[in-house]
Design a protein around this ligand. Sequence first.
Ligand code: 5RP
Length: 238
Amino acid sequence: MASLGVEDAKRLAAYTAIDTHFPTNAKVVGVGSGSTVVYCVERIVQKKAKGEIPADTIYIPTGFQSKELIIQGGLNLGAIDGYPVLDVAFDGADEVDPDLNCIKGGGACLFQEKLVAQCAKKFIVVADFRKDSTNLGLKWIQGVPIEVVPLAHAKVRQDLLEMGAITATLRLGGKAKAGAVITDNCNVIIDAHFGPIADPAKLAEQIKMLVGVVEVGLFINMADAAYFGNENGSVTAK
Ligand code: 5RP
């Protein structure tokens, strides 16, 4: 029996999702962020070269990384403010529960990811086996990523702790981890760890209400399907 590494498992999920959900007449398609989506673009480029998908499809990025992927792949680049209706969007996730609710934002792109996902008629998640979870907060223990206006970070961290977060940490980046990670929208990220999340929808609503919060990395009732590549070479489709 095959024993795939994580990268091969990601590729398997991404290829399966593209082969299953990329419309043959696609006009506008969203491209998410992260390492798994790289394989979605790889598959799209292959299919375009073979003439299996339209050459004039427009691709909408969810941040700097996916914009570069689209350009490097020779695909047509659009922007969400010019194309607010998408046929489908493909994106990775940090954790996915049985209802397809997701934690996203491990790569700090959650605001644009949510915007693009919400504009898409179908939102398809691609991931490896490590992300397939029975309850959000069990596997992605770094915490729920939350995009926050910089001036409000101390106040929002305090609010989150008062709401029951075990930790609420400003995400630091760079070689020396000396400065805050700055998102593509010039905001910061707070990672708030709540342990296993009993009611993800309620938590998402509560966090979103805090002044200073731009968006929450809890994607509730947004995904239409999720594909997980497994070590044994199979794909779990949900
Ligand atoms: C970025 C994201 C990513 O989609 C998520 O972190 C998954 O990334 P990867 O495919 O590298 O595991 O939400 O903000």
